[in-house]
Design a protein around this ligand. Structure first.
Ligand code: FES
Length: 157
């Protein structure tokens, strides 16, 4: 946690502790940690000398900000029209099953994978498309998607 907050402090300082840079600061913290922890947001509010409620209202207003810890690998399955028509939903469902995600849970128990959807990745000609850590995988099938997860697990075992 100390390291986490040290990094947060460095980021805030790099923006001269200037409240008008709040969004940029939060974006950089999210890029660094994949999410905005409660401790990080509290520290930001203290250092910028602004109410914590203001920080939370920004964090919850913008969809790109996440208040939930994410896994080491971020998987995004495209649910845009072209991908939907070419059956992206079974891919998403197969991954949910593989990662044993139930209800609203998006992150696997081992903290390795977070599964999300995305509106359109701009690669409709390659539908159905998914990304893992930003790398695009095209013309996916449920089997191929699950195999990619297996490959990552094997590499990291
Ligand atoms: S709809 Fe999936 S990439 Fe455009």
């Amino acid at each position: 946690m100390k390291q986490h907050l040290d990094k947060v402090e460095k980021i805030v300082e790099s923006y001269d502790c200037e409240p008008s840079n709040l969004i940029a600061i939060m974006q950089e913290i999210q890029t660094e940690f994949n999410y905005l922890s409660e401790a990080a947001l509290t520290r930001v509010a203290e250092m910028l000398e602004i109410p914590i409620s203001r920080v939370y209202s920004v964090a919850t207003f913008y969809e790109n900000f996440s208040l939930e810890a994410k896994g080491e690998h971020i998987i995004k399955v495209c649910t845009g029209t072209a991908c939907h028509v070419r059956k992206s939903e079974p891919i998403y469902n197969a991954l949910r099953e593989e990662l044993k995600l139930t209800g609203k849970r998006k992150t696997s128990d081992d903290g390795k994978f977070t599964l999300e959807t995305v509106a359109c990745l701009g690669a409709c000609g390659l539908a159905p498309v998914m990304t893992i850590d930003g790398e695009v995988h095209s013309k996916m099938t449920p089997e191929a998607a699950v195999a990619l997860i297996g490959e990552i697990r094997r590499k990291e075992a």
